[in-house]
Write a protein that binds this ligand. Structure first.
Ligand code: S3P
Length: 171
């Protein structure tokens, strides 16, 4: 790929455990751009954790806040933005990302997702369920939509630098 100046915010989409935050941070450092994590911004705006938002106000309230926060972040100067796994599923958010940013789907297979989410067991959608089954279900629903991203890069097991290198090569 030909190296191009980054003129739009780069938005990472993909399922929980795909490595959006991990790769996003590294990509931002590589490009000398700021990094923003939408989930952390939502928590800062709400003054509590995502688990607390789900528990106290429900998923719909979380989705509404997520939509507003991402809309605001897309108005910021060019940066790298990692979104939560559900963000790109919202038609309005998706349209805005498509219009204003460059989107990258970090695609991972089920085994890898299952392994990765087990490391951080706080995601509300994965509580008290068979995580493999839930992730498989979400893959079925979401992968056709994530495929609308401008670019798809496979996130694989091993050092993040390997996935990062594929992202950079594909830009
Ligand atoms: C969600 C993914 C989470 C977080 C919330 C809902 C989802 O973000 O936004 O728990 O619907 O896939 P990560 O993808 O960063 O885990």
């Amino acid at each position: 790929a030909v190296a191009q100046p980054v003129d739009r915010t780069i938005v990472l989409v993909g399922l929980m455990g795909a490595g959006k935050s991990c790769i996003g941070k590294r990509l931002a450092a590589h490009l000398h751009l700021p990094f923003t994590d939408a989930d952390r911004e939502i928590e800062a705006a709400a003054g509590c954790s995502i688990s607390d938002i789900f528990a106290r106000h429900g998923e719909q309230a979380f989705r509404d806040g997520e939509r507003r926060v991402i809309q605001r972040l897309l108005g910021n100067p060019v940066h790298v933005l990692a979104t939560g796994g559900g963000a790109f599923m919202d038609p309005n958010t998706r349209a805005l990302i498509k219009e204003r940013a460059f989107s990258i789907w970090l695609r991972a297979d089920l085994d890898l997702l299952v392994k990765r989410v087990a490391r951080r067991n706080e995601r509300p959608l994965l509580q008290n369920v068979d995580q493999r089954q839930k992730l498989a279900e979400l893959m079925g629903i979401r992968y056709p939509v994530y495929a609308e991203a401008d670019l798809t890069v496979d996130s694989t097991d091993g050092p993040p630098e390997a996935t990062l290198a594929r992202v950079i090569a594909a830009l």
